[in-house]
Design a protein around this ligand. Structure first.
Ligand code: PLP
Length: 341
């Protein structure tokens, strides 16, 4: 396979059409057998359920080339399970896990010329998603659904080093208690747009959302979970039913405990504790960990001791170990790396 002529190291995070996408259609209570197709366009009724009542959920994962030249994906079984939970919460039919993995493998293989070479820092981003497609005007779940998986090559997240972020405590809420915060639904992102545009206009990189019920506890940002490092090197992540269970965060907590021998805690994290942490990072597929240098609570600045120039030392170790596992330079736990070809 000959790679596409793309300047991999200078790619941004945007949509670039690739050759094939996987589509399966659900009708009369069953998914069809699915197929790889060429057409990137979707035609549907003006009254489609997704357009009227936002019945859609999605996933995000990456395919990349390891040091020894294999194309792999990271823990796609967890994406399949999470999509299943999202679908159930939104009254959508489940797209079976084995079909999900099969769609990932087929779509990556069909677009292997777009999987960036090892060492470029770039990856092939995979976007599986589902939506209600038939006409829905009275509020109810759709009867017909489309599952689709497309790919797009994306550039290295940190060009020229990971610069610590400045984030604000948001006055907006992300997810209600007992709401949809723990599933990957498009609606959670629609309502976060005003908050992130507001934060950017004020000069912040991200929002820190609090628990809406008491506004005393840390939840997450619009698209990444928090990790904190205490001054005695414990790794702490907030616990809440309305946090989206990040696969990166779960993997990092495992790495902290099993690879680095650090103590880990998933527990409620109070706003009032933020002054005591040594390091803070945001975890998600895109960046693995983005370091946070400063948290601003209505004018009061909380400056992490790790500073505004580089990742803190523990965050860096976590980052290096997990990316080492992903790239095949550090031995991976059983089942974490799915080899495509
Ligand atoms: C997708 C997402 C994350 C990150 O999850 P990963 O599986 O690590 O990519 C975190 N928070 C929210 C709200 C998300 O939608």
């Amino acid at each position: 396979m000959e790679k596409k002529n793309i300047d991999w190291s200078n790619l941004g995070f945007g949509y670039i059409k690739t050759d094939k996408r996987y589509v399966s259609y659900y009708k009369d209570g069953a998914w069809d057998e699915g197929a790889l197709i060429d057409d990137p366009m979707i035609t549907m009724s003006e009254c489609a359920g997704v357009l009227q009542y936002a019945q859609t959920c999605f996933e995000g994962l990456k395919a990349y080339t390891t040091a020894d030249g294999h194309i792999v994906v990271f823990r796609p079984d967890l994406n399949a399970e999470r999509l299943e939970n999202s679908a159930k919460r939104l009254e959508m039919p489940v797209f079976p896990k084995d079909r999900f993995i099969d769609a990932v493998v087929k779509t990556v293989k069909a677009n292997d010329a777009y999987v960036p070479p090892y060492g470029t820092g770039a990856t092939l981003y995979l976007r599986p998603y589902m939506f209600g497609k038939n006409e829905v005007i009275g509020v109810k779940p759709a009867d017909e659904y489309e599952f689709r998986l497309f790919t797009t090559p994306v550039g290295p997240y940190f060009k020229g080093g990971a610069k610590p972020l400045t984030i604000k405590i948001s006055d907006f809420d992300r997810a209600a208690p007992h709401g949809t915060g723990n599933v990957k639904a498009g609606l959670n992102y629609a309502m976060s747009l005003h908050a992130i545009v507001t934060a950017h206009n004020e000069g912040y990189d991200e929002n820190m959302y609090l628990d809406p019920a008491s506004r005393t506890k840390v939840e997450e940002t619009g698209g990444a979970n928090f990790l904190f490092i205490t001054k005695d090197n414990k790794v702490v992540t907030p616990k809440s039913d309305s946090i989206l269970p990040s696969i990166t965060r779960r993997s990092l907590m495992y790495v902290a405990k099993e690879y680095l021998g650090l103590e880990t805690e998933e527990r409620e994290v109070y706003l009032s504790e933020l002054d005591d942490f040594a390091e803070c990072g945001l975890c998600g597929t895109a960046a693995v960990i983005s370091p946070v240098g400063k948290i601003v609570d209505h004018g009061r600045e909380i400056c992490l001791p790790s500073g505004m120039n580089e990742m803190g030392p523990v965050t860096k170790k976590l980052y290096d170990t997990l990316t080492g596992i992903q790239m095949g330079k550090v031995e991976a736990p059983e089942g974490w790396i799915k080899v495509i070809e």
